[in-house]
Design a protein around this ligand. Structure first.
Ligand SMILES: [Zn+2]
Length: 614
């Protein structure tokens, strides 16, 4: 019998504890409901989406709901603990104001810019100065989405006021015995799990760099967080981003303390052309049925262009590739971009004059990807340590940017020069990437001989535009070769990633490109990679050129090309690693991991393996 009594005593104790935990909710029921529904609005929206959106997962939604419920509970507990009426009033007003302000902000940015409360919003706010803010207010204050926002916010305030007015009724309802049981069964598990998940805040607060925070995001996810948790995450994002750039600055300064030597006795130009969204299979250079690369083919046939056949990009997002390409970090050693110097910094320390003309510096400037790249590449200190001259104005077409460089560059070239061009390439929408009426409209829908069901006239138009923008890209490359044709020059061309232009399914662009299937990888991750050498360069560097020619079939990862640039520039530095340089006899090909998790070669060869087994 003793055993039964013990169970009963324990059960009574549990009931008492549950009652004790639930007390703040029961006593300020209207307040809790407002906190719960407004603060967790995004989470509820996500949960509703679980019924019809493929990418929404119940377990993730419920985890976030537990956390959001716990946050709402803590806010209500705060009110419950204020015993004196005036203090209660002050507390209530402040919390109502903040929670409604957050929700108003969420609705405002969501309707105006399709963004939520998160890292992007906070980064923009942190970067906005007074004049931008006043310009913003005059532009958006009376825009239709803003007027809708005001309407919704007024409605929310009316509901909150009403709930406050009917407070006694709410509390009476909560005290009803059945209701009490219902609320306890519904909320208590959420609060308990939420309390448990709140340890994530501690882990988040201890994230020093984006490396740590991105691990956190991978584990917990941010897309269904309640408003308060989103704010906490955003502050963490801001602080880790700042820490990243600060470390990158220290690393750049460190470069200037290292010994460095240039072995090239003659004057030399190294030109790095960083392309954009180039689908390798659309290059005639790699066997495409349309001649999209007439100039590069001519250069190849003359013996000036070395064409590498097996280069891949490990990501299909520009900013990720760009940061890790400019930095000399070795991702196979889990080094992050802010932990190693950028190749332009090393070139400049070696005495090179460094020029950068960038089509994408001004492109979608309010998107997190542009902001995060610019914060690194164009940080004042890093830029001072890395470049002698930078382009300053945006251009419509890549060719205009190259022409601007030719006509308007003001810094006299030195004996050794590094020129960096960052193109817009064939970025979606490719129809906007080449000028009309200048002879680049080579292909039309009629030239596209495809007969899959989904290949409509519009699809053929799109493919034709893509091929025309590839033709234009080829002409831009010719313009670059021509600038330095009669000098000792080496030009490297490499795009950031591939793309999709209805190549194997009814789809264009890179969304959903992370599926581990051969077709996806071939489109998004295979990239052209060529090295153009002027006649002088070939004559003066016969061994290097011969080694490059011998390396064209090696398996490569695009992020390692920045290491090869050091060799092309004749730079002797501790940052050069021959095992990563595809042109070096010491090159060691490694497992090619894409999107941080898939073995590229395993995925693209799996079909071949299957047929072999049969
Ligand atoms: Zn890109």
């Amino acid at each position: 019998m003793k055993y039964k009594e013990k169970i009963k005593a324990f059960w009574n104790w549990l009931l008492k504890a549950a009652k004790w935990v639930m007390k703040p909710i029961i006593e300020d029921f209207n307040f809790f409901l407002v906190m719960w529904f407004i603060n967790c609005g995004v989470t509820f929206g996500y949960l509703v989406g679980c019924f019809y959106i493929d990418g929404n997962h119940w377990d993730h939604g419920l985890r976030c709901l537990a956390l959001g419920t716990f946050v709402s509970y803590i806010l209500t507990l705060g009110l419950y603990l204020c015993k004196k009426r005036p203090i209660k009033m002050v507390y209530k007003s402040i919390i109502y104001f903040l929670v409604i302000l957050l929700e108003a902000t969420y609705i405002f940015v969501n309707l105006n810019f399709e963004m939520g409360i998160g890292a992007r919003l906070f980064t923009l706010l942190a970067e906005t100065n007074e004049s931008e803010a006043s310009e913003f207010i005059t532009t958006y204050a009376f825009a239709t989405p803003s007027l809708i926002t005001y309407g919704i916010v007024v409605a929310i305030i009316i509901v909150v006021a009403l709930a406050e007015w009917l407070k006694d009724w709410f509390i009476r309802v909560a005290h009803n015995k059945v209701m009490k049981i219902f609320l306890t069964v519904l909320l208590l598990p959420l609060i308990i799990f939420g309390a448990y998940y709140s340890h994530n805040y501690v882990r988040m607060a201890t994230c020093k760099h984006s490396k740590d925070l991105s691990n956190w995001v991978a584990d917990f996810g941010t897309n269904a967080l309640d408003n308060v948790s989103s704010v906490i995450y955003s502050f963490s994002y801001l602080s880790t981003s700042k820490a990243d750039v600060n470390q990158a600055i220290d690393v750049a300064r460190e470069v200037y303390k290292t010994p460095i030597e240039v072995t090239e006795q003659d004057s030399l130009n190294v030109v790095m052309v960083f392309g954009e969204s180039y689908i390798k299979s659309h290059a005639a250079l790699y066997g495409y049925e349309h001649n999209t690369t007439p100039y590069m083919i001519r250069e190849r046939d003359r013996g000036n262009l070395i064409v590498f056949n097996d280069m891949i990009s490990p990501y299909n997002a520009t900013s990720t590739v760009q940061k890790n390409f400019f930095s000399l970090n070795d991702m196979t050693k889990n080094e992050y971009w802010y932990e190693s110097p950028m190749f332009p910094t090393v070139f400049r320390h070696a005495g090179y004059k460094v020029y950068i003309w960038d089509m994408q510096r001004e492109y979608q400037k309010t998107e997190l990807y542009t902001i995060s790249v610019n914060a690194f590449l164009y940080n004042d200190t890093i830029a001072k340590l890395s470049y002698d001259e930078m382009s300053s104005i945006p251009f419509k077409y890549d060719g205009q940017m190259v022409a601007d460089f030719k006509e308007n560059s003001k810094v006299q070239p030195g004996k050794h020069n590094l020129y960096i061009f960052h193109l817009k390439g064939q970025h979606v929408n490719p129809g906007y990437r080449y000028p009309r009426g200048k002879g680049f409209g080579v292909f039309t829908a009629d030239s596209i001989h495809r007969n899959e069901d989904y290949v409509t006239k519009e699809v053929k138009d799109y493919i034709a535009h893509y091929d025309n923008s590839t033709v234009y890209n080829d002409a831009v490359m010719k313009a670059i070769f021509d600038i330095w044709r009669d000098k000792n020059t080496v030009v490297v061309y490499l795009p950031d990633h591939g793309d999709e232009a209805y190549d194997f399914r009814d789809h264009c662009g890179r969304q959903g490109g992370t599926r581990a299937e051969p077709d996806y990888f071939h489109c998004d991750n295979d990239v052209p990679f060529v090295v153009w050498c002027s006649d002088t360069f070939i004559a003066k560097h016969s061994e290097l050129v011969q080694q490059m020619r011998a390396a064209v079939d090696r398996k490569g990862v695009s992020l390692d090309v920045s290491v090869m640039l050091l060799r092309l520039g004749g730079i002797k530095t501790k940052y050069y690693d021959a095992t990563r340089d595809i042109s070096s006899p010491q090159y060691k090909p490694k497992k090619r991991i894409v999107y941080d998790k898939y073995d590229y070669d395993e995925v693209v060869n799996k079909d071949k393996e299957k047929t072999k087994k049969k």
